[in-house]
Structures are given as structure tokens and as C-alpha cells.
Write a protein that binds this ligand. Structure first.
Ligand code: GDP
Length: 425
């Protein structure tokens, strides 16, 4: 049985917590897209961890963690992450990395920085992890698969060709130091030695696992609105964030994905530039929610930068859930809203004088004004509550209002960062 855990919004919905929780009953957890640019924060008995590359099931002894072919693999980041969790007392995880995953090269990170610098005020707000240059190269067919590290003659020749091509841009567009093929080759030898113990034919491994009836979780990064096709293009990420892409980025049959758990946060947050219709524009109000949000405030797990804050957006979330193919909604971080007397919820967008409820294309998003419906708050701390019926009435009304607006069943409500902070409906 394969289940996907994905986001409906702009990312940071709490997918890490939900995956970590579901991993208790899973055998294999797979990352299928994205890279070390986003992070998950996970709180468990070993401590608090910010994971960037490892799947969130890595804390159990019984699970195998898989990096699928769809991931932008930063080898030193992965190896450091493994080292850092084992140093904090987590048992050595079982890890498999696809031989077809492509490698984030040192120059991808440089190009990401240089391009953001060149764009200046028009920059994308990239985390500068090399993700956009990486995926550009992958689709321009000049990327490096992990397997290529093990074919020395071809590798050497390819490195020379790569440097020739990249150095034109470095010299003439960015006015930066050139790449040295010898140095690059040496770096790739180090990468080869670091990754060798983990390399695996992942699609074959997963095929067998499916046949044996193993429970597999696909863990998405970011959310629908950052998908390069269906999100707020061009302020998106470079690989698909949809559950459907899980089949490709892991190498499994699409019909094997039976359950799609879409994680939805009880309010909105976004990082980077781009339209954000339900954004809270009053900075005092936004800061109040930001500092109470998430586990230790809404600040990026990778960059530490403050996230942009907004009210819950039914238009964006209904769309986000639909594109994911949601079977279940996990509604997270609800406990944070207990301080508010009243809670605005965005139920429509006004565009050119008309109210719409279908999420529009990017250029219309910039014109959209939020239509807010104000719901009463519940004014108490709901953390520790285990049963749905024990939640305050206004809190249940908030959940049920949103469930009706988005049109997908909320089957889990998360009321705290820990594994056990969950209410099943
Ligand atoms: P992800 O990338 O989707 O996994 O999300 P992040 O890890 O970036 O952000 C989610 C944050 O919220 C993390 O700090 C989690 O520890 C925290 N979190 C997850 N679920 C809950 C919840 O129900 N309540 C609270 N207070 N924090 C939560």
C-alpha cells in the first residue's frame, strides 16, 4: 500500500510531523522531489530536528529511508544530515539513494547565488541551494546521475565539457572566477565515496516492496501552489510538488498510490516573493501570528527568514487539495489560533469587481482582493485534547466551516508539534 503525504498550500504545512507520525506504521519512506532548499521540523523523543534531505521517517529503527530519482541530491548535505542525527542519538538509519537521482553540483549553488545577485530587486527569493540551476541542467540533459560517478572515463570527459560550457557564462554573464575541471573531478570523487554505501536501484526495490505488501509513504516537499505547472508560476519551485509526481520521482506505478493525505495548515504562511491574496498586511497582527506559529514561530527551517503570514485561504486550499487528488486532509497547527477573538477566513477572491472561488492564473492573482468571512475564536488552549468532541464548539465550527468550503474530508486534526498531538475523526 502506498500513501502520499503532500501539501495543499505554499509549503510548511507540517508535512514532516504528519509523515513522522504515520511512519510509525510504515516500512519505507520515500522523498520523490525537491532538494535541500526546504526543510521539515520534527519534534520527537530524540529532540528537535530540521531535516532537509532525509525523509521524515528516519527516526524509527524499522523504516528504510529512500531518496528517489526525482530528488535534487546534495551529497554533502545528505551525509552531514546522517552524521548529525546519529550524533544526537538516533540509531543509524537504513538509507537507499536512487542510482538515477541527479546530483546538485557545487556550481549549481554558485549559479543560484550569482543569478539572484544579477536579478537584484527582481530576484525570486531563492534559498540559493542550487535547485533551479540543477533542474534546468537536468532538463537540458547536462546533469549528472549518481550512477555516472562510478564510470570514471566518461566522467572525466564530461567534467571537461561541463566546465567549458559553464565557464562562458561565469566569465561573460556573471564576471566570476572560472571552474577548474581538475578540482571539479576531485570533488566528484569525494561525492562518489560518500554516496557509495547507499546507492540502489530504487524502482526495483520499491517494486518488490509493493509486491510484498510493504507500507510505503511518499513524502512531498512544499505544496501545490509551488508546483511548476499548477502553482503561482514563476514564483514556484522547480520540481512537481504533486502526489502524482510521486509515481515518477520514486519510479512506481501511479495506480499504487491509494491514499493521498494532503496537509493543510489552519492559517496561511508563504516564503519568497509572489502573490499571496490572504496575506495579513498589518505587520503587528502578522508578527503576533508569526511568533506564535508552528513549533517555534514561523521562520524558515533552512534559512531562518520570517515567513509571510496570512489567514486561511479556502480558494487556494480547495484548489490545492483538488490538484493533489486528496483522499484525506490533515489539518495542522490549529492550537496556535487559540489567542484570537475572531478569525478571518478568506472565502473568495474579488477580481475586477467579481467574486470567484476557483483559484485563478498568476496575472489575475495579483489583482485579487480577499473576501473575508469572520468566524468567532475559541479563546483557549486546545493542546492535549485527544477527542474531536472535546474541542470547544467554536473550534469545531472553524474546522467544519473550512471542510465545507474546501470540499475534502478533514480526517486528522493536529493540535501540537509532537507525534501524539493528533485527533482522528
Ligand atoms: P513541513 O515542511 O510541511 O514539514 O513544515 P515545517 O516543518 O516547515 O513547518 C511546520 C512547523 O509546525 C514545524 O515547526 C512543526 O514542528 C510545527 N507543527 C506541525 N504541526 C503542528 C501543530 O499541530 N501545532 C503546532 N503548534 N506546531 C506544529
Amino acid at each position: 500500500m502506498v500513501k502520499a503525504v503532500v501539501g495543499a498550500n505554499w509549503g510548511d504545512e507540517g508535512k514532516g510531523k504528519i509523515t513522522d507520525m504515520l511512519a510509525e506504521k510504515a516500512d519505507i519512506i520515500v522523498r520523490f522531489q525537491g532538494g535541500a532548499n526546504a526543510g521539515h521540523t520534527i519534534v520527537n523523543d530524540y529532540g528537535t530536528f530540521a531535516l532537509h534531505t532525509l525523509p521524515s521517517g528516519v527516526f524509527y529503527d524499522h523504516t528504510t529511508s529512500v531518496i528517489g530519482n526525482g530528488v535534487a541530491l546534495n551529497i554533502p548535505v545528505l551525509v552531514n544530515e546522517i552524521r548529525s542525527i546519529t550524533e544526537q542519538g538516533v540509531p543509524a538509519p537504513k538509507i537507499k539513494v536512487s542510482d538515477r537521482a541527479q546530483i546538485v553540483m557545487p556550481y549549481h549553488i554558485l549559479f543560484d547565488e550569482y543569478e539572484e545577485e544579477r536579478l537584484g530587486k527582481k530576484s525570486f527569493g531563492s534559498t540559493k541551494s542550487g535547485i533551479a540551476p540543477f533542474y534546468s541542467d537536468k532538463y537540458a540533459k547536462v546533469g549528472y546521475q549518481v550512477s555516472e560517478l562510478f564510470d570514471e572515463d566518461t566522467l572525466k570527459e564530461k567534467v571537461e565539457r561541463t566546465c567549458e560550457q559553464k565557464n562562458v557564462l561565469l566569465e561573460h554573464l556573471y564576471h566570476k572566477p572560472a571552474l577548474d575541471p581538475k578540482e571539479l573531478l576531485e570533488e566528484l570523487h569525494e561525492y562518489r565515496d560518500m554516496i557509495a554505501p547507499y546507492v540502489c536501484d530504487v524502482s526495483a526495490f520499491l517494486w518488490d516492496a509493493i509486491k510484498e505488501g510493504k507500507e510505503i509513504l511518499l513524502e512531498g516537499q512544499l505544496g501545490t501552489l509551488k508546483d511548476p505547472d499548477h502553482g503561482i508560476y514563476p514564483m514556484v519551485t522547480s520540481s512537481s510538488t504533486l502526489a502524482a509526481y510521486g509515481a515518477i520521482g520514486a519510479g512506481i506505478p501511479p495506480y499504487e498510490i491509494r491514499q493521498i493525505i494532503t496537509v493543510v495548515k489552519a492559517y496561511s504562511s508563504a516564503v519568497g516573493a509572489g502573490a499571496f491574496v490572504s496575506e495579513i498586511l498589518d505587520e503587528t497582527e502578522a508578527e503576533e501570528l508569526r511568533k506564535r506559529g508552528g513549533n517555534k514561530g514561523e521562520y524558515g527551517a533552512t534559512t531562518g527568514r520570517p515567513r509571510r503570514m496570512g489567514w486561511f485561504d479556502c480558494v487556494a486550499t480547495k484548489y490545492g487539495c483538488r490538484l493533489q487528488g486528496t483522499t484525506d486532509v490533515a489539518f495542522t497547527v490549529l492550537d496556535v489560533l487559540g489567542y484570537l477573538d475572531e478569525i478571518p477566513v478568506c472565502t473568495g477572491y474579488e477580481v475586477d469587481g467579481k467574486v470567484i472561488t476557483d483559484f485563478p492564473v498568476t496575472h489575475l492573482l495579483y489583482k485579487a482582493k480577499p473576501v473575508l468571512t469572520v468566524l468567532p475564536g475559541w479563546k483557549c488552549d486546545i493542546s492535549g485534547i485527544k477527542e474531536y468532541d472535546k474541542l470547544p464548539e467554536n473550534c469545531r465550527k472553524y474546522i467544519e466551516f473550512i471542510e465545507k468550503e474546501i470540499g475534502f474530508p478533514i480526517t486528522m486534526v493536529s493540535n501540537g508539534p509532537k507525534r501524539s498531538d493528533i485527533i482522528y475523526r
